[in-house]
Design a protein around this ligand. Sequence first.
Ligand code: SAM
Length: 295
Amino acid sequence: MHAPGRTAGARVSRAPRERGRDDGRDADGFRRDAKKSLGQNFLHERGVIEKILLAVDPKPGDRIVEIGPGQGALTLPMLDRHGALTAIEFDRDLLEPLAAAAQAHGALALLHADVLTVDFSALAAAGEGKLRLVGNLPYYLSSPILFHALDHAPAIGDMHFMLQKEVVERMAAGPGSKVYGRLSVMLQAECTVTPLFKVAPGAFRPAPKVDSAVVRLVPRPPGAAGIADRARFATVVRAAFGQRRKTLRNALSGLLDAGAIEAAGLRPDARAEQVPVEGFVRLANLPVEAARTGD
Ligand code: SAM
């Protein structure tokens, strides 16, 4: 990480920092040091913020929920455009200054919570329409947040996330790619995954050591992937990629035998990275009895 500088987001129109003030906070009340442990890399590049807003393109009535609003780099311009949104922030130190900053921009419902404990289905049920999730995500928590969102996919209309570029590549990879894996299969089974654009480290303060990218995820209608049992599907995919270099026959031993793998239209000597998403759906949908006996 680079040394933390002024960690302001889109606050250009706000009061300049007071000279001589040194309580560790800037004139807007935000701490000047970003918390590495919370994945705080605050966006400051206007062009990138604008591109994200264009990609999200909020429409009247949309229920936008931002994950990790930080100092408001996306929140405030989104409020300017959309008037109201909900944001979930874990860092208590950010809440007061962010709420104060938001006042001049729109109605911000700020939830102090770990996003992984937020029940998006209940949040959606409390109003009308699906949620649109947006966030420059804390990178240390990317996969857990993606899997948490998947658990609530029927409540979510779409998601626009900034993530580490390599993670976006894994999310969108197809069979045969070196980075095709559990994340690719689990996400693509339930969502369309569209990488949108890359973002260089200099767009953030402090600058992360990695490149970033913005991705759009749109959950498919419930049942579209044909998965009979989500837990079973997750178990089969995890086992298949848990031992990446092994053949399906070996990686899935204990769950499915060679006959069952053939019954799903796959070769037992294939490797997980060669199997398309539908192949995993067929494997997971085999009746458990047939899976054991190969009938
Ligand atoms: N959206 C801001 C921006 O673009 O400048 C901040 C993005 S920063 C990469 C990630 C944000 O997620 C930080 O504000 C951090 O405090 C917050 N965060 C970290 N862990 C979180 C969690 N478990 N739940 C909710 N927010 C979290």
